[in-house]
Design a protein around this ligand. Sequence first.
Ligand SMILES: O=C(O)c1cc(=O)[nH]c(=O)n1[C@@H]1O[C@H](COP(=O)(O)O)[C@@H](O)[C@H]1O
Length: 326
Amino acid sequence: MAEGQFAGIIERGEETQMIKRLIREIQKKNAPIVVGLDPQMALIPQKLLDKNYQQYGQTLEGAANAFWDFNRAIIDAVCDLIPAVKPQSAMYERLGLAGEAVYHKTISYARDKGLLVIGDIKRGDIGSTSAAYADGHLGLVTVGEKVYAPFGEDFATVNPYMGTDAVGPFVDVCKAQDKGIFVLVKTSNPSSGEFQDQILAETGKPLYESVAYMVEKWGEETREDGYSDVGAVVGATYPRQGERLRELMPHTYILVPGYGAQGGRGFDLTHFFDKDGLGAIVNSSRGIIAAYQKDNYAGFGAEHFAEASRQAVLDMLADINGALGR
Ligand SMILES: O=C(O)c1cc(=O)[nH]c(=O)n1[C@@H]1O[C@H](COP(=O)(O)O)[C@@H](O)[C@H]1O
């Protein structure tokens, strides 16, 4: 193991593909879901904030340490139920260096608890810049005679709208380090259609279908059999498009955000999955981590926010597995 790389407790086993490790964990836990670790001040119980303000003052460091306490409690409460977490880097970047340090600590802690980590970084730039993002998040960086895995995620989300130059360096790192990516294809947000749904004169089809075609192509060299290490992001809020994209991308695992807080429900999602009940992993962030603020879970109270998150995971699993008939 390279120096600075996290130990993690998920064994590599026989698998040389990251996606196979994810599938193994999904099957082991019967849980095609991922919990998004997207902490924000308004979601953190006041007691946790106060405790950290007392220790660090009302500083970025105080806020970041409250995020850390929050994340750790949620990871502890749900890690036996789920295969992976997806920390959203923006929520940590908002707090500057102190936030970045907690992003890093969260990744390390989740991996030590046996979880795979999808770094939601949505990067993509000219080739040399993308290579730097890919090395920092998924790859290795050599300093003199030492080698480091700076952030150490297992997967990252990638924005492909600068083309192959933007995605290629991530694919190279996936091949070299057995890592994976999820490439934005049809996003969950209300205005995703402004550009993504534009019909191209050349194909007569929406732009996101061209991206889907490219995702299959980018994945080819990372594929042994079955799914490739290059996945796609398709929003739960667009079930009809999800069904079409499942057909168009037979070798592409789909990360499905938009469940819960954005309105996605289990019965909308069945067509994102393949005939074996694989092929998709559904994310919920606020719906899980801020469950204690919702009426259904109010009984837990802010003191027991992590238990409320656990119950919300169990309910999400029942909803999705129920819709899939298992
Ligand atoms: O790549 C993503 O994860 C993503 C893509 C997308 O199309 N829509 C989307 O909501 N996301 C992310 O998924 C998470 C959704 O959060 P909730 O709406 O709170 O469940 C956020 O971290 C978003 O940045």
